[in-house]
Design a protein around this ligand. Sequence first.
Ligand code: ADP
Length: 138
Amino acid sequence: MKERTLVIFKPDSLEKKLLPELLRRFQDAGADIAALKMAKLEEPVLREHYAHIFGKPYYQPLVDFMSRRSVVLCVLEAENAVSKVRALIGPTNPENAEKGTIRGDFADSVRENIVHASDSLENAEIEIKRFFKPEEIF
Ligand code: ADP
């Protein structure tokens, strides 16, 4: 079954000019780009997106990081897209991420960890709707 998942290329990935390398990795793994755009995320949408960590001490620094410049938002489509993309990016904390994963290779810290990807099919549907209009997805 083809699935769709939401990927956010976080500010650090763009500052490090990693977008081509990251898209290459996802496409080499069989994922197709169904939607792609730039946006500057601000507190209201980030509060919604990170509701599950609202109240934690790292919430506000995370919002500051995610809004410090524009990001790239992407919908990827593949067989088992959610688990496939999560495996490619690796665990949240790069100290626990293997070399060869995106976070293992490129992330500087648990906060500045290069990409977001949906963690379940249910969340992927919610997150795609959060950031894309139906007519922006191909
Ligand atoms: P993931 O993005 O891997 O699904 P979470 O949903 O748990 O992880 O956390 C969302 C984001 O919050 C992480 O990607 C990371 O940028 C940040 N974050 C998570 N845990 C910490 C932490 N202990 N300290 C600082 N930032 C964190």
